[in-house]
Design a protein around this ligand. Structure first.
Ligand SMILES: [Mg+2]
Length: 367
């Protein structure tokens, strides 16, 4: 599957044979179904600078996935140019759309997090289901806890406005990607400006052809950023600097190795006022490292983490899935090599005549 254009070029792209020679494909069980899957597949890369992870979701096309590969290679083959400013990253607990009776159990996986992100607007559910879940989470957290919602773009502007006005009683920190598009986010923000609930953009940043459009359109109060879909730590930092908005670093249900890349990004953000979405190792039933990067008293540590050889064996994907991932990685590598040949990477300067963004991303990414 390959529908989009190449998303990002890399300087000093490592050879494909080198990359494949360092690759381990794993399938990690989850404690609960999330994003419609109960196992998370990933390619772990034993890079010269440290362990790295390539794990774009299966449905992403090669153009989109190639940006994730650029991030994985940047992290595994070199050090970030930015200075690490903190060692400890405060994180939120993540509550998927589980039945009410399971909420206590899921939240307990995260330990003592003061912030909970609740998935809302899940397909097949109603606003009443969301109200019940948010109410229960607020009851468990107490009044001092922070609650943020993530709708993954599922609401129309009217639905989002109604949901925010209904759920506002539970004291919300922000609602993440309430609607799908930048104009809708901007419209919602205008409609709820009297309410003390912020709007955060996630998919509108990481899946957009222009990740800065949100900032320019005044469509969000803060950005959710993920290192992998933005091409790596340094590009994500450049994007945040250019956008001039507060940022929350989040993960994509990565293993602890992938989470470490997010933690290293969060450790380098000049300002980190919001708890990050990097506690999701708690949702893994097993992990590729000896000591999983689970939140301890509401925070995770920054720093590289090495995969554990026993875990890589235990979690090795079957031959068919291994071949699928290696072929996918090879196709993405070809796209990155082509991008490197056709133009010089210019992280902060869009090229004339091209829909390039200030992060060097240039894509026809999906919805
Ligand atoms: Mg999100």
């Amino acid at each position: 599957m390959q529908t989009g254009r190449v998303t990002v070029a890399m300087d000093a792209l490592p050879e494909l044979d080198d990359v494949l020679g360092r690759a381990h494909v794993v399938s990690v069980p989850l404690v609960t179904r999330f994003r419609g899957v109960d196992r998370r597949e990933a390619v772990l890369l034993n890079g010269p600078a440290g362990w790295s992870e390539f794990a774009p979701f299966a449905e992403y096309d090669d153009a989109e996935a190639s940006t994730w590969l650029a991030a994985a290679l940047n992290f595994g083959w070199r050090e970030s140019r930015a200075t690490r400013l903190r060692e400890s990253i405060p994180v939120n607990a993540t509550l998927p759309a589980v039945p009410l009776a399971q909420i206590v159990e899921v939240l307990s996986l995260f330990g003592e997090c003061r912030t909970v992100k609740i998935k809302v607007a899940e397909r097949g559910e109603t606003l009443a289901d969301d109200v019940a879940r948010v109410r229960e989470a607020r009851r468990l957290l107490g009044p001092a806890g922070r609650i943020r919602l993530d709708a993954n773009g599922a609401w129309t502007v009217d639905e989002a406005e109604h949901a925010v006005r209904t759920l506002e009683q539970f004291d919300l920190e922000y609602v993440e990607q309430p609607c799908a598009t930048v104009p809708e986010l901007a419209e919602l923000r205008r409609r709820i400006h009297r309410i003390d609930v912020l709007v955060a953009a996630d998919e509108s940043v990481r899946k957009a052809s222009d990740p800065l459009a949100v900032a320019r359109a005044d469509a969000a109060d803060l950005l959710v950023i993920k290192a992998a879909p933005l091409g790596g730590i340094d590009r994500a930092l450049a994007l945040v600097a250019e956008a001039g908005l507060p940022a929350v670093v989040s993960s994509a249900l990565d293993t602890s190795v992938g989470l470490a890349m997010g933690a290293e990004l969060a450790a380098r953000l000049p300002v980190l006022d919001y708890d990050c979405g990097l506690g999701t190792a708690a949702l893994l039933a097993d992990d590729v490292v000896a000591a999983t990067l689970r939140p301890v008293t509401g925070a995770v540590s920054a720093g590289r983490i090495a995969a554990d050889p026993d875990a890589l064996l235990r979690l090795a994907a079957d031959p068919e899935r291994t071949a699928w991932w290696r072929e996918r990685l090879a196709r993405c590598h070809t796209l990155l090599a082509g991008a490197a040949q056709t133009r010089e990477l210019s992280p902060l300067r869009p090229e004339a005549g091209e829909r390039a963004s200030p992060t060097g991303l240039s894509t026809s990414a999906g919805p």
